[in-house]
Write a protein that binds this ligand. Structure first.
Ligand SMILES: NC(=O)C1=CN([C@@H]2O[C@H](COP(=O)(O)OP(=O)(O)OC[C@H]3O[C@@H](n4cnc5c(N)ncnc54)[C@H](OP(=O)(O)O)[C@@H]3O)[C@@H](O)[C@H]2O)[C@H](O)CC1
Ligand code: K
Length: 510
């Protein structure tokens, strides 16, 4: 399913108009679709319906819905929240509505009357702000928000609850919380992002006459990951095969202070079907790996004074790189002069697809241009803070502009970006964008990222394209997290429980 930002939605609208629809017709469909859904929820005849009407086209949708609900016998009160200077389309629909028996509460009506209309409503339609909103709710809206949020009415938000920026999911603290959000033509990022999702209630998509094929073709659309898409990206297996057919993953990482990370990434890679994993790490790390994993092989590397892999291991690492079909570098690696040199060496001389995670990325951060030296595709898996180090942008900017930041980095350095957060964004150098909606707060724990890196690297080693490996990996990891949370709760689940859940999720997907 495609998700459209406010600007992509404008493009979809203009394409529909070029093809013979009109902005008026789109608004008519949005309002009528809303009224039809409300009529499906409740018999409105003789009941009180209050419409909180803004001055833009979101307000216009509310006025169209009011017209249809008035025809169905509802007692309509329109409350002008932002004044009576409406957009041209909304004005035209107000003109139509004024011909009906409808109460209008003017902007200068006493606050008590407006609050009373909200309090006594059976259905409350939030048509104050839609895709055009950003920033903070104005005072005129805030003074009604508390009454709206405490109202016993069925609360229906049009397109997006007022107070939420539909592209970033940023929500004003007084956002009008909805029981239902009816969104038009396509989901917007706010309907998926975990910051805003709980404020939307049940989200339903209303067809306003823009064909799905046109929505799917919008270049800046973001694809919501689904089980079906992820399943299609998992490399196939043949009965007549041997371990050599499923790739050889070289996992470079670990230092004497961090031994668990390579264990987690190796285990998760093995659970996802790779033929062989070789762990290249300092000897003390390999002893820990050996006590946890029976099935992988080892390449003991010399230890630097700080306990990381020493640069003296570079020749040995070059030999190992010749063996592998894909690589993973960074889990528990630590950041020092030796590892910085090693990471650059691996990027510039490894001729196979490579996942760079965690400290691998921190080693790249001083000079991300080294990513351009890669001889084969690279996937980077930064969380927001690592992305901040890589780009020099603040955490806040990255969160608010996650799609653009990921897409621009991917394009600039020719890598696939897996930008990890409560919703993970995947961006390719060709500006394809994906986001996942699954996963839970139990994944917000040390070690989760190592598990994800291992899953993605495993698929990469088995021959999946970077995009397929990222799509399958991100979805599977979040789904395994959801399964682990079901058993252990988000509090108690551990990244190792996520690994334990992988087989069951694979069973469901395949
Ligand atoms: N996209 C479609 O196919 C269709 C969309 N419809 C509906 O239209 C809205 C989008 O309408 P638009 O007029 O662009 O925007 P809004 O109605 O959301 O409101 C925009 C006005 O709000 C002002 N604004 C924005 N932020 C704030 C703020 N923090 N404080 C105060 N005022 C704010 C903004 O003013 P500016 O001066 O900032 O421009 C606008 O005046 C969409 O969501 C759908 O509901 C169609 O009807 C159907 C087709
Ligand atoms: K709204």
């Amino acid at each position: 399913m495609k998700i459209l930002t406010s600007s992509a939605m404008k493009i979809a609208e203009s394409i529909a108009v070029e093809k013979g629809s009109s902005y008026m017709e789109l608004m008519e469909q949005a309002g009528k679709g809303t009224a039809d859904r409300i009529l499906g929820l409740a018999d409105v005849s003789g009941r009180q319906v209050a419409v909180l009407c803004g001055k833009g086209n979101n307000g216009g949708d509310g006025l169209v819905a009011a017209r249809y609900l008035a025809e169905a016998g509802a007692e309509i009160t329109v409350i002008f929240v932002m004044g009576r200077e409406l957009s041209a389309l909304a004005r035209a629909n107000l003109y139509e509505l004024e011909k009906r028996r409808v109460h209008f509460l003017e902007p200068d009506a006493p606050l008590t009357r407006r609050l009373e209309a909200i309090r006594k409503s059976d259905v409350l339609i939030d048509a104050v702000f839609g895709t055009g909103f950003s920033g903070e709710l104005p005072a005129a809206c805030k003074e009604l928000a508390e009454a709206a949020n405490n109202s016993r009415a069925i609360k229906v938000a049009l397109d997006v609850p007022s107070g939420i920026d539909c592209d970033t999911g940023l929500a004003d603290k007084d956002t009008l919380r909805a029981d239902y959000t009816y969104t038009f033509a396509a989901l917007k990022p706010a309907h998926v992002l975990k910051a805003s999702l709980p404020l939307c209630g049940k989200i339903e998509l209303i067809d306003i006459g823009i064909p799905a094929a046109d929505i799917a073709a919008i270049p800046d659309g973001i694809t919501l990951l689904s089980a079906e898409t992820a399943a299609g990206c998992i490399p196939k297996r043949q009965e007549d095969s041997n371990k050599g057919d499923y790739g050889k993953l070289l996992n470079v990482g670990g230092c004497v202070h961090m031994t668990g990370a390579v264990i987690l990434s190796t285990l998760s890679a093995m659970r996802c079907g790779v033929g062989l994993v070789k762990v290249a790490a300092p000897q003390p790390v390999l002893s820990a790996v050996a006590s946890h994993i029976l099935e992988c092989i080892y390449s003991p590397l010399p230890v630097s004074e700080s306990g990381s892999i020493s640069i003296d291991g570079v020749e040995q690492l070059r030999t190992e790189m010749g063996w592998a079909t894909a690589g993973l570098i960074g889990c528990g690696l630590s950041v020092c002069d030796d590892t910085r040199l090693l990471v650059e060496e691996v990027i510039s001389s490894f001729g196979r697809p490579l996942v760079i995670d965690a400290d691998g990325l921190n080693c790249v951060a001083e000079n991300p241009a080294m990513l351009r030296k890669a001889l084969a595709p690279v996937i980077i898996t930064p969380h927001i803070k690592e992305m901040s180090r890589l780009t020099g942008l603040s955490v806040e900017i990255i969160k608010n502009r996650r799609f653009d930041v990921a897409a621009q980095f991917a394009e600039k350095y020719g890598v696939t970006v897996v930008l990890k957060d409560s919703n993970t964004v995947i961006a390719t150098p060709k500006r394809e964008l994906f986001i996942n909606g699954n996963g839970n707060s139990g994944l917000a724990k040390g070690g989760s990222g190592d598990v994800l890196a291992g899953v993605i690297a495993s698929f990469l080693a088995q021959g999946a394209s970077p995009l397929a490996a990222a799509v399958a990996g991100v979805f599977l990891h979040a789904e395994a997290g959801d399964m682990a949370a079901q058993t252990f709760t988000p509090y108690a689940m551990l990244p190792s429980d996520v690994i334990e859940s992988i087989p069951f999720v694979l069973k469901q997907l395949l």
